[in-house]
Design a binder for this molecule. Structure first.
Ligand code: ADP
Ligand code: MG
Length: 320
């Protein structure tokens, strides 16, 4: 069976008719030109029970997450969220599911002033699809925008969701209520839209991606699109505090932070000339930012740990 990305390009690429399509398949959002200095950013993501979340996940968390994963793609373009649609497939209509689900969904939607404008509801296995729409200035952040010499930065911290997944599969022994509060905490820190919009509007960055497949895999997407290489400093990765307290093995901690999916933090590049301004913005908007590497002209991704090149066995997360 082809991998996720082979499948998309083999069967679904190459049909973006019309001059309004400024950017089609291949980035975090597509861009449709509205005016000379404005584009509509569009993205969609599905959460399926048993694939993207465990059976019996708190519906409140699911509602929040269903929108968050889409807003995260808007953030990766520097887009300002405006509206979303919601398609729900439900085995049965139960108030004890729908009430907390809607509460989580609208907690984030209201916070970001993103309007629910439509959707679809049907009976079936639990599956949630959100499509989100945002507006960007003329030059959106793109996966193809990294330049040799740029610093590589990441917001927030990494590895909490990977820890949650490990525990969910019983590979780490953690209790369920702790798991749920970990997950809740990880989601409430992560909507990076306002920060990304400033990065974009102030032209501090021209390149970003959100971390859905693990930082190593997602940096790989940037490098492929930008035709560049990078040095990534694993020892500089901002590890979620819980990794340090709950995982003894340093190797395992690094593996979870570097390869674990679903962090939904922002990975971006910025010229070294803007370093002070980026850090000042981080302070002003209270969004932690860490420099974790540098873009090179070498065409390869080199991973360093305390100055030494390492070749980890783990692979980036793919959905197939
Ligand atoms: P993300 O993780 O940012 O949501 P993905 O890795 O899921 O992005 O997808 C990579 C790119 O492929 C995106 O531009 C997405 O819109 C596109 N894509 C995914 N599935 C399909 C599909 N079935 N048909 C067309 N484009 C797709
Ligand atoms: Mg993305």
């Amino acid at each position: 069976m082809p991998g996720e990305f082979d499948l998309i390009y083999k069967y679904f690429a190459g049909h973006d008719h019309g001059s309004r399509v400024e950017l089609g398949i291949g980035d975090d959002c597509a861009l449709l030109k509205l005016r000379r200095d404005e584009s509509l950013a569009i993205t969609t993501d599905t959460l399926n029970e048993g694939i993207h979340f465990f059976k019996d996940t708190d519906p409140y968390l699911l509602g929040y997450r269903a929108l968050l994963v889409n807003l995260s793609d808007l953030a990766a373009m520097g887009a300002d969220p405006k509206a979303f649609t919601l398609s729900l497939s439900l085995p049965e209509a139960r108030d004890d599911f729908l009430e907390p689900f809607a509460k989580g969904l609208f907690e984030l939607a209201d916070e970001e002033q993103c309007a629910l404008i439509g959707g679809n509801t049907s009976k079936g296995p639990l599956s949630i699809t959100v499509s989100a729409y945002g507006v960007t200035a003329a030059d959106a952040l793109r996966r193809s925008g990294a330049k040799s010499g740029d610093g590589i930065y990441v917001t927030g911290s990494l590895g909490l969701c990977a820890l949650y997944v490990e525990a969910g599969y019983g590979r780490l022994k953690l209790d369920k209520s702790l798991l749920s509060s970990l997950c809740y905490k990880s989601m409430h820190q992560q909507c990076r839209c306002a920060f990304a919009k400033e990065l974009c509007d102030l032209e501090y960055s021209g390149c970003a991606i959100d971390i859905s497949d693990g930082i190593v895999g997602d940096l790989g997407h940037i490098l492929e699109c930008s035709k560049a290489g990078a040095d990534l400093w694993l020892d500089k990765l901002p590890l979620a505090q819980e990794l340090n307290t709950l995982v003894d093995d340093e190797q395992k901690r690094l593996e979870l932070a570097a390869f674990g999916g679903c962090d939904y933090e922002l990975l971006f590049t910025s010229s070294s000339a803007n370093e002070e301004e980026v850090m000042a913005l981080s302070e002003e908007l209270n969004v932690p930012v860490t420099k974790v590497g540098i873009i090179t002209s070498s065409q390869e991704l080199r991973l360093f740990n305390h100055g030494k090149i390492v070749r980890p066995a783990a692979k980036p997360f793919e959905h197939f």
